[in-house]
Design a protein around this ligand. Structure first.
Ligand SMILES: CC(C)(COP(=O)(O)OP(=O)(O)OC[C@H]1O[C@@H](n2cnc3c(N)ncnc32)[C@H](O)[C@@H]1OP(=O)(O)O)[C@@H](O)C(=O)NCCC(=O)NCCS
Length: 151
C-alpha cells in the first residue's frame, strides 16, 4: 500500500534511508530532510507499507515548471517486487495532478546501474550537466523590495 508520509513512519524511513543511502551527506539525513519536506508539499512524500512496516519511500516536488523525484528507496529484502515502480507511478500521478508536464531526476554517477530502473518506467537519459550550489543559512532571505518611505 502506498500512502502519504505521517510522523509514525519516520523511524521506518530513517532506517530505510540508512540502508539504501549508506554514504548520505549530513543534509540528506531523514532528521534534516523530512521536517523540511513536511514544510513544502508534504503530500508528495510517500511511503510504501507492508502492514506497519515501511518498505519503501519516495520524495517528489513541483516548483511550477518541472517536477522532481528523489530519494526513491526500497528495503533490500523487499526489492524486485515492483514496489519501486509503484512508488514512482504514484509520485508521477500526484505531480501530474498539480499540472506538471515533465519530471526530472538525478542519478549519481556511482549509481548508474539504477538508470535501468528509471528507463523501465519511461525515463530517458538527457544530455545535461547537473550543477548545484549550497546556500548558506546565515544569508538573509531575499523578498520583495520594501517600498521606500517617500515612494
Ligand atoms: C532503485 C530501487 C528503489 C528499485 O526498487 P525495486 O522495488 O526493487 O524496483 P522494482 O521491483 O520496481 O524494479 C523494476 C525493474 O527495475 C530494474 N531495477 C530495479 N532496481 C534496479 C537497480 N538497482 N539497478 C538496475 N535495475 C534495477 C529491474 O529491471 C527491475 O525488474 P526485475 O525486478 O525484473 O529485475 C531499489 O533498488 C533501491 O532502493 N535502491 C537503492 C536506493 C537507490 O539507489 N535509489 C535511487 C536513487 S537515484
Amino acid at each position: 500500500m502506498i500512502s502519504e508520509f505521517r510522523d509514525e513512519h519516520f523511524a521506518g524511513v530513517e532506517a530505510l534511508w540508512e540502508e539504501a543511502f549508506p554514504n548520505d551527506a549530513p543534509w540528506n539525513k531523514a532528521s534534516v530532510a523530512i521536517p523540511e519536506k513536511m514544510r513544502f508539499q508534504p503530500g508528495l512524500m510517500l511511503v510504501a507499507l507492508e502492514g506497519p512496516l515501511v518498505v519503501g519511500s519516495v520524495m517528489a516536488g513541483y516548483e511550477g515548471h518541472r517536477g522532481w523525484i528523489s530519494r526513491i528507496a526500497v528495503l533490500r529484502a523487499h526489492r524486485h517486487k515492483r514496489i519501486g515502480q509503484a512508488l514512482l507511478l504514484e509520485a508521477e500521478e500526484r505531480l501530474a495532478a498539480l499540472g506538471c508536464l515533465k519530471i526530472n531526476l538525478q542519478v549519481v554517477a556511482s549509481n548508474a546501474a539504477v538508470v535501468r530502473f528509471y528507463e523501465g518506467a519511461g525515463y530517458q537519459v538527457e544530455p545535461r550537466v547537473s550543477m548545484s550550489k549550497r546556500i548558506s543559512q546565515s544569508r538573509p532571505a531575499v523578498g520583495p523590495k520594501s517600498a521606500s518611505p517617500d515612494a
